[in-house]
Unconditional design. Structure first.
Length: 374
């Protein structure tokens, strides 16, 4: 077997390790590491949480003296600066690693290739760009967060064949089946925050928690758009016994008294922001605040007006649509409202599209491609 084939094989193992940290590492990236000697894996590691040891350190500690002369595979370039933890590059050199294989160079301005350069300067052989596309795909939220100061935004909706998310206006209830619901909770578990508008809160009174078998799963931060702070103070998401807080974004005209009443409801944080041209919460300002608070990924669950606003302002990066084999009729709420398209050339499209059957439903997933404005 060629060295390149070995490199690809072991980098896939490192990617598998990295995925164990999905939804847990913000504002840090998901990183996996594998240490190999004589084509045999001797240690693995992944980054578990910000402020804790990085993937390389976990793997090096497990390898011990066996790391001397070995090869380290890591999905992201080792850090070469001191943050909440010491630089990994020094630990790699001290452990006696002979060769380092990197999936993706770190886009963090504090790193930008300096990790690889330092290792080469210490006499280590460094190979970079192995399975780079897969490593980049894994950390798209981190890359957008660190380079643009915004979270990776995923739009989610469960809908009928005729594009409705409800049978009647302001009616609660799910259109899609249990397999789709399970996949939605997996998304919630992997993303940092979940967002809905006040109309969804008032119609459904949702908990916005993660419910996976055997109590697994992590509740995302609950983000509510409520320009005039009109939701009920007794809403479930304001009183749930959850580790995750609820953040409400409202307009600057909301009174101090009203804001204080909500702020007393346990883990409720009120953010007052400006309003856009539509008179609603400024979405770009809201996303910037989320990013500054360490939120790298956001699941937008609706409703229709919220979906339309995010798409119209070109703020959605990825889409997960769950389509049930049912017609809901013309009285139902459309999946997107408040966005007009003049023709096919002006349509928002998906690329890198994937289709997956979930029970009787179909999930359509893809990256968002916006029409050119030139």
């Amino acid at each position: 077997m060629l060295t390149a084939e070995y490199d690809h094989s072991f980098m896939r193992l490192a990617l598998k390790e990295a995925r164990k940290g999905l939804g847990r590492t913000s504002p840090n990236p998901c990183v996996g590491a594998v240490i190999v000697r004589d084509q045999t894996v001797i240690a693995t590691g992944y980054h578990k949480k910000a402020g804790t040891p990085h993937a390389e350190i976990h793997a090096l500690r497990r390898a011990g003296e066996s790391a001397r002369g070995a090869t380290l595979y890591v999905t992201l370039e080792p850090c070469n600066h001191t943050g909440r933890t010491p630089p990994c590059t020094r630990a790699i050199v001290a452990a006696g690693i002979r060769r380092v294989v990197v999936g993706l160079e770190d886009p963090n301005p504090l790193v930008e290739g300096s990790g690889n350069t330092y290792l080469q300067g210490q006499g280590l052989e460094v190979t970079s760009g192995v399975l780079e596309a897969e490593c980049r795909d894994l950390n798209r939220p981190f890359i957008k967060h660190i380079t643009r100061g915004l979270p990776w935004v995923v739009m989610k909706a469960g809908m009928s064949l005729d594009g409705r998310i409800s049978f009647q206006p302001h009616q609660s209830g799910s259109i899609t089946g249990p397999a789709s619901l399970h996949q939605v909770h997996r998304l919630r578990d992997r993303l940092d925050a979940i967002l809905v508008g006040n109309a969804t809160v008032m119609a459904d009174d949702p908990s916005l928690t993660t419910r996976l078998p055997h109590g697994r799963g992590r509740d995302p931060i609950r983000v509510i758009l409520d320009t005039h702070l009109n939701i009920s103070e007794s809403a479930r998401l304001l009183s749930l016994d959850s580790l995750a807080p609820t953040w409400i974004f409202c307009g600057t005209e909301v009174s101090i008294e009203k804001k204080e009443r909500f702020s007393k409801r346990g883990k409720v944080v009120i953010h007052q922001v400006g309003c856009g041209a539509d008179g609603r919460v400024d979405l770009l300002q809201m996303l910037t605040i989320l990013s500054l608070e360490g939120v790298m990924s956001l699941l937008v669950e609706g409703g229709a007006t919220v979906h339309g606003s995010f798409l119209r302002q070109q703020l959605v990066d990825h889409v997960n649509l769950f389509i049930a084999p049912i017609f809901a009729g013309s009285s139902g709420t459309p999946v997107v409202d408040g966005m007009n398209v003049a023709g096919g050339e002006d349509a928002i499209r998906l690329h890198n599209v994937r289709y997956r059957r979930l029970g009787q439903d179909l999930m359509v997933e893809g990256d968002v491609s916006y029409p050119s404005t030139s």
